[in-house]
Ligand binder design. Structure first.
Ligand SMILES: *Cc1c(COP(=O)(O)O)cnc(C)c1O
Length: 492
């Protein structure tokens, strides 16, 4: 069988295997890697996974995309990445909330956020890719994070041979818990630095470092090349496709739906990676009707989907769902490449860079609207939804999941009959002080002790990785201007 090849969203004619695409991260023309065709599956493919464990489901889905990886090695990688030690209680369980709503819990990994689903496996995929491509130099992973990616990447990459990792986060754009998780990171190959700015500043800074030939050259003199762990990297995105198949299988198994029934999926969205993975699953043949993109007060994507206008020239809000505080959602570019072609994508990305805005044609807008719905919540609505969900169902959700839950409720309320899957992206304990306040209580203790307070309040246990976090030693407390990022990388 011939390998599935990968190419840039912006049209350079350089075709790569999946291992090469994972190693490079970003294409030379600034675009993101996409497969040249999307693998297709039928209902038998799904049916055959219904009784399989998560690692097996992931293996089957990943095999369709990572065709140059040795099958046995890929199988071992999947088993290791999604083992019971790493994901206590199962990798991606589905919880039945009420008659019409199921919840896909993606936060049972070591850092209690959904990024673990990809970042527990991606280091192994990269490590294998370095071997497969005969790479002599070491990889330096650069990450811009709005909180959860940073910790999940640090945890996934710590002490991995021939790879180092450096994380930048916006100083005032992450929760106390997230900051503490990162600042206390263990491992001999890690570095964490705060930026005086917001997430977009951090992300732009990292992108510029990636684009700089000068920096690449200087690093090569030290036998190092750059790679990324952000969802712009294909190795980060493709593992996420698997859990949509897994959730569907679990819903069939629990008789919430019949094999072949269409469901709709609501995804709390930031960089558009998670929801784009769902879009790929649907394009492969998973029966999904609508994908609903749920945003917080930074509702740039709601306007994009409803009006076909992407406009980042707007106020940036810091919200209680910080991992979704984004104005430039990188993975929209991948969707654009499917609906506007590569030339069109390159033009739109140029316009976004120069004017901060682009407008889809009517035809393209209709194509987006056919597959996607969109909604957003105010801060008050997010909080109310946490309270209501807990009081009505005894089910505790975090501030990101709440955004999706509210949009799901609206979607079901407007007469859509299919089963709805709400994607839950973080443990409520990761954003404990906001959750406590949403429940109408005052957070009495300092922020890092909030999980214990929430445990007492809700009667639900703190996940193990978050227990006693406040007693850990702080290793990283440096804060720099965004103009100093490149120097900091070279120093490391
Ligand atoms: C990263 C993150 C999101 C946003 O996911 P994207 O793939 O960037 O859209 C939502 N919720 C939480 C808790 C996250 O960590």
């Amino acid at each position: 069988m011939e390998n599935l090849m990968y190419k840039s969203t912006r049209g350079s004619k350089n075709y790569l295997t999946s291992s090469e695409a994972i190693k490079r991260g970003l294409a030379e023309d600034g675009g993101l890697y996409m497969p040249t065709s999307i693998p297709k599956i039928d209902l038998d493919f799904i049916g055959s996974m219904v009784d399989a464990p998560y690692s097996e489901r992931a293996f089957k889905v990943l095999s369709l995309y990572l065709t140059d990886y040795d099958s046995r090695t890929l199988h071992e990688i999947c088993e290791k990445a999604y083992s019971a030690e790493r994901f206590v209680g199962g990798a991606a369980p589905v919880y039945s909330l009420n008659e019409k709503t199921d919840v896909l819990e993606l936060w049972h990994g070591p850092t209690c956020a959904f990024k673990d689903m990809a970042l527990q496996i991606m280091p192994m995929l990269l490590s294998e890719a370095l071997k497969m491509t005969g790479e002599k130099n070491d990889a330096l992973i650069l990450v811009a994070t709005s909180g959860d990616t940073g910790k999940a990447a640090l945890e996934g990459y710590r002490d991995v041979d021939k790879i180092r990792i450096m994380v930048f986060y916006p100083e005032n754009g992450v929760s106390a818990m997230q900051k503490l998780q990162m600042a206390s990171q263990e491992g001999n190959n890690v570095n964490v630095v705060a930026i005086k700015g917001n997430f977009d500043d951090a992300q732009t800074g990292v992108k510029e470092i990636f684009a700089s030939k000068e920096i690449a050259h200087k690093l090569l003199e030290k036998n190092t090349f750059l790679s990324s762990a952000n969802s712009i990297n294909w190795g980060r995105l493709v593992p996420q496709v698997a859990y949509y198949f897994s959730a569907y299988c679990d819903m069939v198994k629990a008789k919430r739906i019949k094999l072949g029934d269409r469901i709709s999926v609501v995804v709390p969205t930031g960089n558009f990676g998670n929801i784009f993975a769902a879009h790929l699953a649907r394009a492969m043949g998973l029966p999904i009707k609508k994908l609903i993109c749920a945003s917080n007060k930074n509702s740039v994507l709601t306007d994009f989907i409803e009006k076909g206008v992407y406009d980042k020239n707007r106020e940036f809000y810091t919200t209680i769902s910080p991992s979704m505080d984004i104005l430039v959602s990188s993975n929209v570019e991948r969707l654009l490449s499917l609906i506007a072609g590569e030339e069109g994508t390159a033009d739109y990305m140029t316009a976004l860079k120069n004017e901060g805005k682009y407008v889809l044609s009517d035809e393209q807008k209709d194509a987006v609207k056919a597959g996607f719905g969109a909604g957003f919540t105010t801060e008050e609505e997010t909080a109310e939804t946490i309270k209501e969900t807990f009081e009505k169902y005894g089910y505790l959700i975090d501030t990101h999941t709440a955004v999706a839950m509210k949009c799901a409720k609206e979607y079901i309320g407007s007469g859509n009959g299919e089963q709805v899957l709400v994607v839950s992206t973080a443990s409520p304990y990761k954003f404990a002080s906001s959750v406590i306040e949403a429940l109408g209580k005052k957070c009495e203790l300092e922020a890092v002790l909030a999980p214990e307070e929430l445990e007492a309040l809700s009667g639900k246990e703190i996940p193990l990785p978050l227990v006693k976090l406040h007693e850990k030693r702080i290793r990283f407390d440096k804060s720099i201007e965004k103009t100093e990022m490149a120097d900091e990388v070279l120093k490391f």
